[in-house]
Ligand binder design. Sequence first.
Ligand code: COA
Length: 209
Amino acid sequence: MTTGKMELNTPRGLVVFEGPVTDRYIEGLTMNEGLTNFRLPDQQQKALMTITNLPDGMIFLARHKQEIIAYVTFHHPDEFSRWSKHPRVLEMGGIEVSPSWRGCRIGENLLKLAFSHPRVEDFIVITTEYCWHWDMKRTGLDVWAYQKMLTKLFGRVGLQKVTTDDPDILEHPANVLMARTGRNVGKEDILLFEEMRFMGKFGRAVNMS
Ligand SMILES: CC(C)(COP(=O)(O)OP(=O)(O)OC[C@H]1O[C@@H](n2cnc3c(N)ncnc32)[C@H](O)[C@@H]1OP(=O)(O)O)[C@@H](O)C(=O)NCCC(=O)NCCS
């Protein structure tokens, strides 16, 4: 798979962005101790390694010297979610920048690198933004300001807010589904995605057998 690389000079030093990276590459680096938003850093490192071996799984990371300071993940949607029934949906699972590196445009550049990868053009990339994953404590933002910050950030790489009756999204009014349709996605797959956004309580709108 093609890999991309770029560099950014920040007030804290040179940051290298690269990916998709392999599990062995991730294993050879250390995790910044602040990467605790989703799991403890060593558990998250293992989770990142696992994702690299999933079909269409991709990890892009930002590192300072040999330390991972941020990452973004791509994988097929969880099998229990409605989106997993769509053949061309890829989920951007999580993006995390270590708190001590935030505000240095690392999130933005990491996304730019990831979304410049040709594989992304073959998919409708979605992100299911659940507010219980957001770091409101350390950013000092309330739930609505946080949602605005994320949707603006993700909007920079072409992700747009889309409506849905997915119960997980409806569970909190600040939750949001965003999607970006890649250049190589066919009309039928686009239509199927449109239909799947509203499936009703029993998911009758689409016959997926
Ligand atoms: C969301 C997150 C990835 C942003 O990373 P970052 O490297 O700090 O973001 P950047 O420096 O690239 O900034 C991108 C934009 O977000 C804004 N932003 C970032 N943090 C902000 C904050 N605490 N308050 C206000 N705006 C903020 C920046 O001002 C910038 O907007 P601008 O271009 O209009 O100036 C980071 O806060 C994070 O890891 N949060 C915890 C995990 C999370 O919530 N992930 C998303 C859900 S999976």
